[in-house]
Design a protein around this ligand. Structure first.
Ligand SMILES: [Zn+2]
Length: 415
């Protein structure tokens, strides 16, 4: 049997004493406690007050579970009277381990927030036996719905991307991020991804921080680029992030693959054609990402279509340029060489991508200015891919901001 001292140390809260413990069904422990602290601060004049005025009504605070039992701390807050304020104002004692009006202790709230990282309200609601509204209330209290610029010293690189709020809907929001003190942070979530909306957001960044921006990374959406140019001017490099560029050139292979598969469907036996199953997934990936089985299918496809092989090899070659530690000048030369290879190949599937390369030459090759900083959008993209799936259905932009913040920075904040 554990005694009150041991139970007290399990609770992890100081300056309280346990009066009694009640075990209830189903699997609930109610621990009645009393504050050992004296005094409070008058909510009228703010002065320290010590004149005890009795106990307020009992409150129950959910706390961290013990051995699978739900735990509630039951307390009647001490009240104190002010000798100065008119009507002898009384104030409840404020304790540092719970927030007035909350139904949980701070430790429990933090635990719930940790559980919510990379998860959903519904999932946490089930696991913790808490209403989703109660969880959202904690989120609202602990997590801001907008970035607080005050403690931020510099922005350096800003990334812009978009996320769809509902699967299959063209309902996008723009998400703006930055690396702040070594941490990837979301700094803005815009209802529209128009030039005007992005521009307004950039202008809402305090001037002192706007001056610290060195690079803006985005996809090749013209609205983003135009907004960045108009606010930051020529001083700031606009960089087409690698993830989006790769999508564009991989699209070239995919288009060719579609045409070629149509042709092969006519010319190959059913058996040979069926042996190319999943080829559409496989050509979208880099060789090093493929399993042995997938590599076999890819080679089979190459035997039937040397043109797909050629296009695929060209994609891999461009990815290799991106992977190489080259300067901007070297990067430009290498990509020009690649464009020459495409021209010599007589492939047409990259025509659209070549046009994009020409029209966004500076933005695309700015990637090589500083691969480490421009690579950060990739880090964000990987995280956003996961967040995207979880955020379908969160149409409230404030809630979405909180959730993205929690996924990106929750571990550091609530550790
Ligand atoms: Zn007072």
């Amino acid at each position: 049997m554990i005694d009150k001292e041991q139970l007290l140390s399990l609770l992890g809260i100081s300056e309280i004493e346990i009066e009694r413990v009640v075990i209830e069904n189903p699997k609930t422990i109610k621990i009645h406690i009393k504050s050992l602290k004296d005094g409070s601060h008058c909510h009228g004049c703010g002065k320290a007050i010590n004149c005890f005025h009795g106990y307020g009504p009992e409150i129950e605070l959910r706390h961290l579970p013990i051995l699978g039992y739900k735990v509630y701390l039951v307390i009647r807050p001490k009240r104190y009277r002010c000798e100065i304020c008119e009507g002898r104002l009384t104030t409840s004692q404020v304790l540092d381990w719970y927030t007035p009006k909350s139904a949980m202790t701070t430790a429990y709230e933090q635990d719930v927030m940790r559980a919510l990282i990379n998860s959903t309200l519904q999932d946490v609601s089930l696991k913790y036996d808490l209403g989703t509204a109660a969880i959202q209330e904690v989120v609202d209290r602990l997590i801001e719905t907008k970035v607080n610029w005050t403690p931020i010293a510099a922005l350096n690189v800003i990334g812009i991307d978009e996320i769809a709020l509902k699967k299959g809907h063209r309902d996008f929001v723009a998400i703006v991020s930055a690396y702040i003190d070594g941490e990837l942070r979301v700094i803005g979530l815009l209802a529209e991804r128009t030039k005007a909306a992005v521009r307004d957001f950039f202008l809402s960044i305090p001037k002192r921080l706007r001056r610290t921006v060195k690079m803006v990374c985005s996809d090749l959406y013209l609205g983003f680029i135009a907004a960045a140019k108009s606010v930051f001017g020529p001083r700031v490099a606009i960089c087409a992030d690698r993830f989006h560029v790769a999508k564009l050139y991989r699209q070239g292979v995919d288009d060719l693959r579609k045409k070629e598969m149509k042709r092969l469907r006519q010319s190959l036996s059913k058996e040979a054609y069926d042996a190319l199953k999943n080829a559409h997934w496989i050509v979208r990936k880099s060789r090093h990402e493929l399993t042995a089985d997938e590599r076999r299918i890819l080679n089979r496809l190459f035997q039937h279509s040397p043109r797909i092989r050629e296009a695929y090899e060209l994609c891999e070659a461009l990815t290799a340029i991106y992977d190489a530690p080259v300067s901007k000048g070297q990067g430009k030369r290498k990509i020009r060489g690649w464009m020459q290879r495409v021209a010599n190949s007589q492939l047409t599937c990259f025509n659209r991508f070549l046009k994009t390369l020409n029209s966004h030459w500076e933005e695309i090759t700015n990637y090589f200015i500083d691969r480490r900083t421009s690579g950060f959008v990739e880090g964000l993209n990987n995280k956003i891919k996961v967040i995207k799936r979880r955020c379908y259905g969160i149409t409230n932009r404030d809630h979405l901001f909180q959730r993205v913040y929690l996924d990106l920075n929750g571990h550091a904040r609530f550790a």
